[in-house]
Design a protein. Structure first.
Lengths: 262, 280
């Protein structure tokens, strides 16, 4: 993707880019339709599902916890001085907690998840594709979508929600730690501030966003994995394209869900 | 009962061994990452000291500037535009519930964008797009033995491959951070106007921005711009095997780059807080 020469003409370049994007969106939507169809009369390989749940969920906990700690701390660093200037320390937890639960928590965790799990998944599927293992499955009359894609999509949606729930709590803890260590705000002030100002709906808002993020990451990473072409170079490009598509769709879905549900 | 004790002792032994091996591998990777970073600076010094282009492709820097900068424009505009809209929307929603006074939204949002969200979110997005791209490219060259071919021709792979990307990324991350901040702020302003009826004259208010916020944006953008190509190049050079190795390298680059951006952001913000004495 990055090695492409500049196109011969500006208009031709824009047209080619638009066509490519349209083709990718269409392909992702078609794959989504296939996944949904496979779910109606469940044809899911449960062993593959458990394996993916463990690999995507349990093994991502360290990176998610670290990211969430820093994200929560950052929110306090950004909002805390302002709150302190006006002497309203009781609101410190409101500002940081609201930002963490509704936006920064789910988005940052989803971005890290897309890097760790989504990219990894594309790498794995595209390696299988270029070594013709998918054709092998088809030759054995096993549907690659039902066998490989559906368990991965389900596993990513479930694990991202679980990781977001863990991450949100860790991020609030990180916010309190930074407030205590750098801004001299008492632990109890911070936790009372969380309890008084945050509603359960703020938490849920982040959680149901993460369901959508998980689905988007899963389908785009699988799409670029199964459509890859051309050996090692192709695998690198597929991973690159998958993470870019995941980042764009996370931001887009975030906007749509916030706007539609408030 | 030595027979019953033995399996438990072995289990413990294996755990400790595993943790030790992981720690050693992490240390080794950190040392190697540091070496790549130092070698990149050495390459820049050599490049400046030796005027004649020796062992360096013509126009490579311009090509990297184009592929890192220009080709990321649409991506940065789309992602940061949407997140700017969401953030203003959330902030106005919350203000409407509490005070209903929107006069501070624009000025405070601008302060936050310049000192943190603009450079950080741009950095995160570039870690995804540019980091993955660099790692995929260098990783493919590594597994197809093109890197070994370079070495055999007496060309240092870091000078030839990473230095132009490093310089291009330093320049373009700064440019894109400013561009991203502008897009984010404008998108937020339009959302505030059309969803909450905030006066645009009231929104576009730079009274809260001080020189230290702009300095912070520049420092952060340069730090992220330096971290992303080094981490990605390091991951690419470590690729082993064939297509699977390239996939792993690209994944590691995305994770390493994003994590580096988040940690650097935290460190720089905390340092700024100490330097300014809590009045950021």
């Amino acid at each position: 993707m990055t090695l492409d020469e500049p196109p011969p003409g500006v208009i031709a370049g824009i047209g080619a880019g638009a066509l490519r994007v349209a083709q990718e969106i269409g392909g992702i939507l078609l794959l989504t339709a296939e996944v949904v169809r496979a779910l109606v009369a469940p044809r899911i390989d449960t062993r593959e599902l458990w394996k993916n749940l463990y690999k995507m969920g349990n093994r991502s906990v360290p990176i998610v916890v670290l990211t969430a700690l820093f994200a929560g701390g950052l929110m306090t660093l950004q909002t805390g001085p302002f709150v302190k200037k006006f002497g309203a320390t009781a609101l410190a937890g409101w500002a940081a907690g609201y930002a963490v639960l509704r936006e920064m928590g789910p988005i940052l965790i989803a971005l890290m998840f897309s890097g760790r799990v989504g990219a990894n998944n594309t790498a794995e599927l595209s390696t299988m594709t270029v070594t013709e293992q998918l054709d092998g499955l088809r030759a054995l009359a096993i549907d690659p979508v039902g066998f490989l894609v559906v368990p991965r999509v389900l596993a990513m949606m479930v694990t991202l929600v679980a990781l977001t729930v863990i991450g949100d709590l860790v991020a609030l803890l990180g916010a309190a730690v930074v407030a205590h260590a750098m801004l001299d705000i008492e632990w109890s002030t911070m936790f009372h501030s969380f309890a008084d100002n945050l509603r359960p709906f703020d938490f849920l808002h982040g959680v149901y966003k993460s369901i959508a993020f998980g689905g988007a990451i899963a389908v785009s990473s699988c799409y670029f994995g199964v459509t890859v072409r051309g050996g090692a170079v192709g695998v690198g490009r597929a991973v690159n394209a998958a993470v870019v598509a995941a980042a764009v769709s996370i931001m887009l879905l975030d906007f749509l869900l916030t706007y539609l549900t408030g | 009962m030595p027979d019953a004790e033995l399996p438990r002792a072995r289990w413990l032994h294996q755990r400790i061994e595993g943790a030790g091996a992981a720690a050693l591998a992490a240390l080794e990777a950190a040392v190697e990452l540091w070496r790549v970073y130092v070698a990149t600076w050495a390459g820049i010094v050599r490049r400046v000291a030796r005027r004649r282009a020796h062992g360096r492709p013509r126009g490579e820097l311009a090509r990297q500037l184009y592929s890192i900068g220009n080709r990321s424009l649409v991506f940065i505009a789309v992602t940061l535009g949407f997140i700017g809209m969401v953030m203003t929307y959330e902030a106005c929603l919350q203000l409407a519930r509490v005070t209903g006074d929107f006069s501070q939204v624009g000025s405070q949002f601008l302060r936050l964008i310049i000192s943190d969200f603009g450079p950080t979110l741009t950095g995160l997005m570039l870690a995804t797009r540019v980091g993955a791209g660099i790692a995929a490219e260098i990783g493919s060259m590594k597994v197809t033995e093109q890197i070994d071919a370079l070495r055999m021709s007496g060309v240092l792979p870091i000078d030839y491959l990473i230095v132009p990307r490093f310089i291009a990324s330093l320049v373009m991350t700064l440019v894109l951070a400013v561009f991203g901040a502008v897009v984010m702020y404008t998108a937020g302003g339009l959302t505030a106007k059309y969803s909450f009826g905030v006066n645009l004259g009231l929104y576009f208010d730079a009274s809260q921005v001080r020189a230290r916020h702009v300095v912070l944006l520049v420092i952060k953008a340069i730090a992220f711009g330096a971290a992303i190509p080094v981490v990605a190049g390091f991951c690419g050079l470590r690729a082993r095997g064939s297509s699977e190795g390239v996939g792993w390298a690209t994944t590691a680059a995305v994770i390493g780059g994003s994590f580096a951006v988040i940690v650097l952001d935290f460190v720089i913000s905390a340092a700024a807080l100490f330097v300014t004495g809590g009045d950021l």
